[in-house]
Design a protein around this ligand. Structure first.
Ligand code: AMP
Length: 218
């Protein structure tokens, strides 16, 4: 079992890159944000616990996050290869992930650090729209749907995440910067950190990631 981690601020394109990689490889995409939003929609106990933190732009407690990640890892996947998107977010989550992987004889091969300036992140977050039915991502300027408010893939309704409101975004960016500084140093020291310029197009980000993955496999 092995994994890559996508690190980067909200709006850095982790979800988009993860989906592009998933479609062209055997990697399973694990997004803690998506899993938490699904739990909220289902009204499950985890969803009820997480809801308040997400609405305030705060991090959900580590024990909740590690529980959902472990449950997902136990389900397995095709190639037993995973892309973590939005996890780990803190040094303590990274240490818990290490323990989880040690117990499963796994290793973390790459940590891609998607870097983009805050003004780019803010522009992407305020324009982001998501399909309520299939989860496809759009941007009102960069990736507009053919018909306003309607998903091209499934015809579902597009919505704006509550935590993508201007009032929450600033706080989310602060929380991100605060929590990930140590995380970046942690993976840098281990020699697995790969910085990726992520302020241009999803394809450019994806190309850098794929070159690294292919170099590792050859
Ligand atoms: P995201 O979709 O990754 O932007 O996550 C949305 C929100 O879900 C975050 O602002 C947090 O409240 C929560 N969340 C997602 N992943 C984590 C995580 N690994 N640790 C703590 N909270 C998380």
């Amino acid at each position: 079992m092995h994994a890559m981690i996508l690190l980067g601020g909200p709006g850095s394109g982790k979800g988009t890159a993860a989906e592009m990689i998933r479609k062209s490889t055997d990697y399973v995409h694990i997004s803690t944000g998506d899993m938490l939003r699904a739990a909220i929609t289902d009204g499950s106990p985890i969803g009820r616990e997480a809801e308040k933190y997400i609405a305030d732009g705060e991090l959900v407690p580590d024990d909740v996050i590690v529980r959902i990640v472990d449950e997902r890892l136990d389900e397995g996947g095709k190639g037993d290869a995973y892309i973590f998107d939005g996890f780990p977010r803190t040094l303590s989550q990274a240490e818990l992930l290490d323990r989880s992987f040690e117990a499963r004889d796994g290793n973390i091969r790459h940590v891609f650090y998607l870097k983009a300036p805050n003004d780019v992140l803010i522009m992407r977050l305020t324009g982001r729209r998501i399909c309520r039915t299939c989860g496809a991502n759009y941007h009102i300027v960069n990736v507009p749907p053919k018909q306003k408010g309607v998903c091209d893939v499934c015809g579902g309704e597009l919505y704006r995440r509550a935590d993508d409101e201007e009032s929450t975004i600033g706080h989310r960016l602060d929380v991100y910067e605060d929590q990930t500084r140590d995380l970046i140093a942690y993976y840098e020291k281990r020699g697995v950190l790969v910085p990726v310029e992520a302020s241009t197009t999803p394809k450019a980000t994806m190309d850098v990631i794929m070159v690294t993955l292919e170099a590792c496999e050859s």
